[in-house]
Design a protein around this ligand. Structure first.
Ligand code: SAH
Length: 215
């Protein structure tokens, strides 16, 4: 890992307002170079989203940091991630949480991420292939749920799978240039919602898998 470049990114995240030391430590510990390929490896520590396979992206480090901070993850928690992609966000969560369940609709992306995390000796992530907008009912409820693709509407199935005290972080919006990250908290008596920041994510695509992803 390019340690100097990593430290520059951590300084940049601090300057941008990320204050949770556990989040910063996790980002420092996960070698982002391993999650991109080709010429993008040199750019792995830039604070920018980068392309991965199947037209998807590995999120911008600031967005990963801010969403993970907003999730308020603790070491005993069971976390669900929708949108495994490269596995980077799952790896960051795995450094903080007890166990991470992550769903991806493209099987090759999921397989690749699983291989990579094992190679990185991250053993507390469980992978599944399918439509994550339905959540993971057999493993519910979750203490924390994070969606790393943009939902057109608040995903009710995921809200239903939140434990009491649970937090869901999800980018919501129909317009790809205008999505807002929402935080939904399940309390003893109902739901509380606030908004965090504007983002640009690839869409959360519900329904059957594309043929390409079934290989
Ligand atoms: N968290 C990823 C970035 C996610 S990009 C990382 O750290 O690299 C968004 C991912 O969500 C893409 O890989 C896309 O295929 C996946 N996705 C989109 N809709 C989905 C759905 N309904 N269920 C599961 N995964 C989905």
């Amino acid at each position: 890992m390019n340690v100097a470049a990593m430290q520059r990114l951590i300084a940049e995240l601090r300057a941008a307002g990320i204050a949770d030391e556990a989040v910063l430590e996790a980002i420092a510990a996960v070698d982002r170079e391993r999650f991109v390929s080709g010429t993008f490896v040199e750019r792995a520590w830039e604070n920018t989203a980068l392309p991965i396979a199947f037209g998807q992206t590995i999120s911008q480090p600031y967005v990963v940091a801010a969403m993970t901070e907003a999730l308020r993850v603790g070491p005993r928690m069971k976390v669900l991630e929708v949108g495994t992609g490269s596995g980077y966000q799952a790896a960051v969560l795995a450094k903080i949480a007890r166990r991470v369940y992550t769903i991806e609709r493209y099987k090759p992306l999921s397989r690749e991420a699983e291989r990579l995390l094992l190679d990185l000796r991250i053993h507390n992530v469980v992978f599944d292939v399918g439509d994550g907008s339905a959540g993971w009912p057999r493993q519910a409820p979750f203490d924390r749920i994070i969606v790393t693709a943009a939902a057109e509407e608040r995903p009710q199935a995921l809200i239903d799978q939140l434990a009491v005290g649970g937090i869901l972080i999800v980018p919501v919006g129909r317009d790809p240039t205008n999505q807002i990250v929402e935080r939904i908290v399940r309390t003893e008596t109902g739901l509380r919602r606030d908004t965090l920041m504007p983002v640009r994510f690839v869409p959360l695509v519900a329904g059957p898998l594309p043929v390409l992803g079934q290989g």
